[in-house]
Design a protein. Structure first.
Length: 180
């Protein structure tokens, strides 16, 4: 299957989900994440502030923000910057995503764990994003553990890859963890 075909299929499946299904799935995925050594050992974690069609990160951030150091990405041109998460300092940024404000940009070297959004993943750790390459450019600059999270139907047989694509170390869906 081609990348755009996978994107269309996943978009259609996400649009059919009920809010209760989305909430339950997010709870299950993050319960699995909380049990991983990667999460338990990490203190500096880059998350994403989810869009309505993505697996929601909001309750997880609320639950853990005072126990771990969380960061969110902010679009700067064609790259992502990393800034500390502070719910009171978010504003609508590029692509209608809430992004952190301020000048206190953090080096990717400080991040130990990255929770990466994706349209789809496969069991080899390949990730299909929205097509702009923001995360691939960021992920190439860090040695942090990369965790792709999503709904069960976002796990597909195979994703076509390109040389610039960065693989995930772990994929988590409602069913559990796949360690690559």
């Amino acid at each position: 299957m081609e990348k755009n075909e996978i994107r269309r299929k996943i978009k259609a499946l996400r649009s059919m989900m009920l809010d209760t299904e989305k909430r339950c799935a997010a709870e299950e995925v993050f319960a699995h994440l909380e049990q991983t050594a990667a999460f338990l050992m990490a203190d500096h974690i880059l998350m994403y502030h989810s869009l309505p069609d993505e697996l929601s990160t909001h309750l997880f951030l609320e639950k853990w923000h005072d126990k771990k150091h969380f960061y969110l990405p902010r679009v700067n041109g064609v790259n992502l910057e990393i800034l500390p998460y502070d719910e009171s300092r978010l504003e609508l940024g590029s692509f209608h995503i809430e992004e952190p404000t301020g000048d206190n940009v953090v080096s990717p070297d400080e991040i130990e764990l990255i929770i990466v959004p994706g349209v789809a993943y496969d069991r080899k750790g390949n990730r299909l994003g929205r097509g702009k390459g923001f995360y691939d450019r960021l992920l190439k600059t860090t040695k942090a553990t990369k965790v792709g999270i999503g709904y069960e139907f976002q796990l597909v047989d195979a994703i076509p890859t390109e040389p610039h694509d960065v693989k995930m170390n772990i994929i988590i869906t409602q069913s559990g963890c796949i360690v690559i």
